[in-house]
Design a binder for this molecule. Structure first.
Ligand code: GLN
Length: 445
């Protein structure tokens, strides 16, 4: 009850929750208390969880930040929700997000922007801005996010918490509303790497209902946390320290790297030569996949439907015109254009070729070093309303997006402040190196 009361008292300003499931949470808490009295000592039992409103939760509104799904109650639970409930966690509610996870500031939500708890004139980052703000504001000890191009790591950085994007395929996407299916991945957001390790251990694993989830044993992430870092090879991609990087962010990252050197790590410079192609390739591939995924919102099966359609075409047109916001419409237009006959080879196929080169850059770098480090975002949290032009918003993703294109894991860890606004250190590892990333993050904390 104390967290639910805190949300009620303070979330009016922050706007991190779209839906608070008070009654269900109280009932689950009573059940957890009773189980604890009988000796239930599982680590996650009874712990509250804030859930990004992109995960289907049975019988509870699942809006994806959109008017299109404002009236949608999911008929089933996402796999990760089932798993975390089975581990004993208690959902507090559904958190605010950019509409259909498209954005880097949480300003494209149908439910209004979220404010950064550290400085309410700043954005919390996006698209998992509600989850990051809920943890930072002390509304929940842990939250679920999703990351298609940075949406866990960048809001974690802006809100001074820890957020992990797992390897593509590590966590089931079943019941996670699709944005760009080849890039989307759910992951934990919490106050520490240790807490993220608990969550990831419970979330990860093969799922017959998601054919892209990988059948691979889930390691004991907690067992690895205390491994000493002596001899760890850290690469600093020189492209991540170039023009456009805020000087306070750069000095915070360089300070963090000195801490790693003092722990016995060896640091060297590496190059990811195709970095400059990541934003353009992503903003072809992600909208293409989105335009296909979002074609299901047609007013027929579920979600918003316009009033009094005169025929099927009118139903489609007005439903989609009314239900989607500007950023979602922009992406659908870009996606249908790049997939259309005559443009497919020039845009989509070319972007897939670039994606391959970007992935190869990382594989080559990991021949030389164990992990890569750099900033999670080029600046600290920016002011609400500051980025009106979509391209300047897309450039926020410059250090996060290539990671999704390559499918590798990445974690953002708090590494200081610029004034009141937090800064995040990003650590990247090879495919399925989540245990190592959590270990490296934990040693810093
Ligand atoms: N900011 C990126 C975008 O707008 C990434 C979003 C995400 O990871 N969901 O597409």
């Amino acid at each position: 009850t104390s967290l639910l009361d805190r949300i009620e008292r303070l979330d009016g300003n922050i706007n991190s929750f779209i839906t608070v499931t008070r009654e269900q949470a109280l009932a689950a808490a009573d059940a957890a208390d009773a189980a604890r009295a009988k000796g239930d000592d599982r680590p996650l039992a009874g712990l509250p969880l804030a859930i990004k409103d992109i995960f289907c939760t049975q019988g509870v509104r699942t809006s994806c930040g959109s008017k299109m799904l404002d009236n949608f109650q999911a008929p089933y639970n996402a796999t990760v929700i089932e798993k975390l409930q089975a581990a004993g966690m208690i959902g507090l509610g559904k958190t605010n997000m950019d509409e259909f996870a498209m954005g880097s500031s949480n300003e494209s939500s149908f439910y209004g922007p979220v404010r950064n708890p550290w400085d309410e004139t700043a954005v919390p980052g996006g698209s998992s801005g509600g989850s990051a703000a809920a943890v930072a504001a002390g509304f929940a000890p842990a939250a679920l996010g999703t990351d298609t191009g940075g949406s866990i790591r960048q809001p974690a950085a802006f809100c001074g918490i820890t957020g992990l994007k797992p390897t593509y395929g590590r966590v089931s996407r079943y019941g996670m509303i699709a944005f760009a299916s080849s890039l989307d991945q759910g992951g934990p957001m919490a106050r520490s790497a240790e807490d993220c390790a608990h969550l990831l251990g419970a979330m990860a694993g093969h799922d017959l209902r998601d054919s892209t989830s990988v059948a691979r044993v889930v390691p004991d992430y907690l067992a690895e946390l205390d491994t000493p870092l002596a001899g760890l090879k850290i690469g600093l991609p020189k492209e991540y320290f170039g023009d456009g990087l805020d000087s306070e962010v750069e000095s915070a990252i360089r300070e963090a790297i000195k801490v790693y050197e003092s722990l016995g790590a060896k640091v060297c410079e590496v190059s990811l030569p195709h970095t400059h192609l990541a934003v353009p390739a992503y903003y072809v591939i992600a909208p293409a996949e989105a335009s296909s995924n979002l074609s299901r919102y047609d007013g027929v099966r579920f979600g918003h439907r316009c009033d009094n359609p005169v025929d099927l075409e009118d139903l489609y047109k007005r439903t989609r015109a009314e239900g989607f916001g500007d950023e979602v419409k922009r992406r659908i237009l870009i996606g249908t254009h790049t997939l259309s006959e005559g443009f497919f080879d020039a845009y989509y196929r070319k972007a897939q070729q670039v994606r391959r080169l970007i992935r190869q850059d990382f594989l080559d770098a990991f021949d030389e070093v164990d992990v890569l480090m750099g900033p999670a975002a080029p600046t600290p949290a920016f002011d609400l309303g500051a980025k009106k032009d979509p391209v300047s918003m897309y450039l926020q993703d410059i250090y996060t997006i290539a990671i999704n294109l390559a499918g590798i894991p990445g974690i953002s860890v708090p590494a200081g402040f610029s004034g009141k606004r937090p800064i995040g250190l990003q650590i990247l590892g090879q495919h399925f190196a989540e245990g190592q990333l959590l270990n490296v993050a934990h040693q810093f904390q």
